[in-house]
Design a protein around this ligand. Structure first.
Ligand code: NDP
Ligand code: GDR
Length: 370
């Protein structure tokens, strides 16, 4: 039985990865932070009474800012694989707490690598580092000839988050080269799911779509709707993380769909799921989305209910508006990844396309709201 340690196990990716590794027969350990209220909703279904026999899922209190804690947990667990997913992962919030992000997302990665070295586990323990398309940032001219970012595209981060993650990327690569460690970066483009944090744009949109459709909310406020993102499904992306650590040689891989979509079009797709048609008017901060019609049949299929009078009252009203609060001091306008290497070398085959992702998220939101 292999043993894995996951930092960030309470997050979106950590929860799907834990499920995947348990299915594969791993003993799974995770690090969770102490919080004043429960923060384990995404993994509660995996909980096991530690008094039972054959326990294969265990949580440890810890924090990536605490070296001694990290060393102690790794010493106790003696992992074959570490997945370092723990991070302050919100790009906009990273402008508010840049030093903290540098500590957790940057130095936190170093703490994991050093712990493995200090404990003499370099030969035993393989390490996955959660790197990101935010490393590429805002330089479209850095793309390859076909217009995509790939493993050889230069980096130009545009946020304290991206800058902290770039340290994580390079220190992982350096430990691989300096100490022969099996340490790899997965450069993952945006990936979403029904478990996505509620303040990331896709989840914010699908939650609001369901709430507006069911008469519980009047309007969705968004920031830059012209941003383009390469969105995949988190379930597919955790499979790629595992594949990266099963290779003969350590290496870095881009994980992406190879398609990019505007935030505005994601909004359109999400509302189309409940039969809403939106007309866009105005520009910049004055742009609004007006509800022009509701397809009764689609609404019924999506919600299992007839259209609510409160929903019909929204016809011809502005249901989407721009709030500049959500703009970032520096924005990443366009992300589009080239998954050729991961598809050919890892044999990674994603199951979901964008339509499938939106459908999965919307079905879950409707269930949550009924
Ligand atoms: P989430 O924000 O959903 O989860 C982040 C996890 O990190 C949570 O478990 C959180 O704990 C934990 N965490 C935060 N701060 C600390 C800390 N100081 N010490 C220990 N753990 C901490 O992120 P995702 O699951 O979406 O992403 C996983 C990783 O992949 C992150 O590193 C992210 O930056 C990176 N990434 C994500 C992409 C995406 O599109 N989702 C794309 C590319 C990279 P708590 O629950 O207590 O807050
Ligand atoms: P991102 O994801 O910054 O790409 O980072 P997010 O969903 O936050 O933003 C995507 C794009 O949507 C625009 N946007 C809004 N974003 C949010 N959060 N809220 C809004 O109201 C809103 N309106 C428009 C943003 O400006 C941006 O252009 C995610 C995180 O998971 C990172 O941890 C990860 O590394 C990258 O994806 C790849």
């Amino acid at each position: 039985m292999k043993t894995a340690l996951i930092t960030g196990i309470t997050g979106q990716d950590g929860s799907y990865l834990a499920e995947l590794l348990l299915e594969k027969g791993y003993m799974v350990h995770g690090i969770k932070r102490r919080a004043s209220s429960f923060n384990t909703q995404r993994i509660d279904h995996l909980y096991q009474d530690q008094h039972e026999n054959h326990v294969n899922f265990k949580l440890h209190y810890g924090d990536l800012t605490d070296s001694t804690n990290i060393i102690r947990i790794i010493q106790e667990v003696q992992p074959d694989e570490i997945y370092n997913l723990g991070a302050m992962s919100h790009v906009k919030v990273s402008f508010d707490s840049p030093e903290y992000v540098a500590n957790v997302d940057g130095i936190g990665t170093l703490r994991i690598l050093e712990a493995v070295r200090i404990l003499g586990l370099e030969k035993k323990t393989r390490i996955y580092q959660a790197s990101t398309s935010e490393l590429y940032g805002g330089m479209p001219e850095n793309k390859n000839a076909a217009g995509f970012y790939d493993e050889s595209s230069p980096f130009y981060p545009r946020s304290p988050y991206g800058a902290a993650k770039i340290y994580g990327f390079w220190i992982t690569k350096n430990y691989r080269e300096a100490y022969n460690m099996f340490a790899c970066n997965g450069i993952l483009f945006n990936h979403e799911s029904p478990r996505r944090g509620e303040t990331f744009v896709t989840r914010k949109i699908t939650m609001a779509t369901a709430a507006i459709a069911l008469g519980k909310q009047d309007c969705l406020y968004l920031g830059n709707m012209n941003a383009l993102r390469d969105w995949g499904h988190a379930k597919d992306y955790v499979e790629a993380m595992w594949l990266i650590l099963q290779q003969n040689k350590p290496d870095d891989f881009v994980i992406a769909t190879g398609k990019t979509t505007k935030v505005r079009d994601f909004v359109q797709m999400s509302f189309a799921h409940v039969g809403f048609t939106i007309r866009w008017e105005g520009e910049g901060v004055n742009e609004v989305g007006i509800l022009v019609s509701v397809d009764e049949q689609k609404y019924l299929e999506a919600t299992g209910e007839a259209i609510k009078p409160l929903t019909l009252k929204l016809l011809n009203k502005e249901i989407i508006r721009v709030d500049p609060t959500y703009f970032r001091p520096t924005e990443v306008d366009l992300l589009l990844g080239d998954p050729t290497k991961s598809k050919t070398q890892l044999g990674w085959i994603p199951e979901y396309d964008l339509e499938g992702l939106v459908e999965d998220m919307m079905k879950s939101e409707i269930r949550n709201n009924l």
